[in-house]
Ligand binder design. Structure first.
Ligand code: DC
Length: 222
């Protein structure tokens, strides 16, 4: 192994569909390892939210690309980013190749030079292992059946005081999954060398234990 390869940050790419538990795992893994974490969905949500706020249609390519190019760190903290309107708009703008291209540099810089000079970084999204960081030290694909994910999301919404009907949540999620998985550019799919974790019936601690076992194996094989 060359010196440069040995010094490369230990990048963990976590991909998967909505409400599979990848965000929770990414945060906990990053905390555990002392690595910074980038929730890349927030970038797409911020672009989607700018479109909604500006009264533009989320399918308006030019406006979406302009919003992606103008994105700043300050755009990533609005509470509305977590809402379903932002999620749906995010999924629409995420299908536009020029939007993805505009957000790629930010994500790759984060992985190549983790903030704070950390020895590694955790990025979660839909195309981290396949497109953003194809050379990541470890790729995890976190998933669960649609009905399990929809029920989780319904409970989460209820805990936030928002009424939600299981069928409606399921339909919205199915629509978003289909759009994310069938778009032409960087569709949601596991990288060929990803470790698949099905989180159905597992609590966050159990998922973390599985992920840490994969981290250990990846560290040993470096
Ligand atoms: O992970 P999330 O629910 O916050 O993502 C919102 C949308 O953004 C998702 O439906 C698809 C898109 N996205 C993407 O296309 N690529 C990523 N790396 C992250 C998110």
């Amino acid at each position: 192994m060359t010196k440069a390869a040995a010094a490369a940050p230990f990048v963990i790419a976590i991909d998967g569909p909505a409400a599979a538990g990848k965000g929770t795992l990414a945060r906990r893994l990053a905390d555990h390892l002392g690595y910074p974490h980038l929730d890349t969905g927030l970038l797409y949500r911020a672009v989607g939210l700018k479109m909604i706020a500006g009264g533009a249609d989320a399918s308006d390519h030019d406006a979406a690309v302009a919003a992606a190019q103008a994105l700043t760190a300050a755009d990533l903290s609005a509470p509305a980013l977590r809402g379903d309107a932002a999620a749906q708009a995010a999924s629409q703008v995420a299908a536009i190749p020029a939007v993805r291209a505009a957000l790629l540099r930010f994500q790759r810089d984060f992985a190549a030079q983790p903030p704070g000079g950390a020895a590694g970084a955790v990025l979660d999204g839909r195309d981290i292992g396949t497109v953003v960081c194809p050379d990541a030290a470890l790729k995890l694909f976190v998933t669960a059946p649609l009905s399990v994910r929809a029920e989780r999301r319904r409970r989460e919404l209820r805990e936030r005081g928002l009424a939600a009907i299981h069928m409606q949540v399921l339909q919205d999620m199915q629509e978003r999954d289909a759009r994310d998985a069938t778009r032409d550019v960087a569709p949601l799919e596991p990288a060929k060398d990803a470790v698949i974790i099905d989180t159905s019936g597992l609590d966050p601690d159990a998922v973390l234990v599985m992920a840490l076992a994969a981290v250990g194996a990846a560290q040993r094989s470096r």
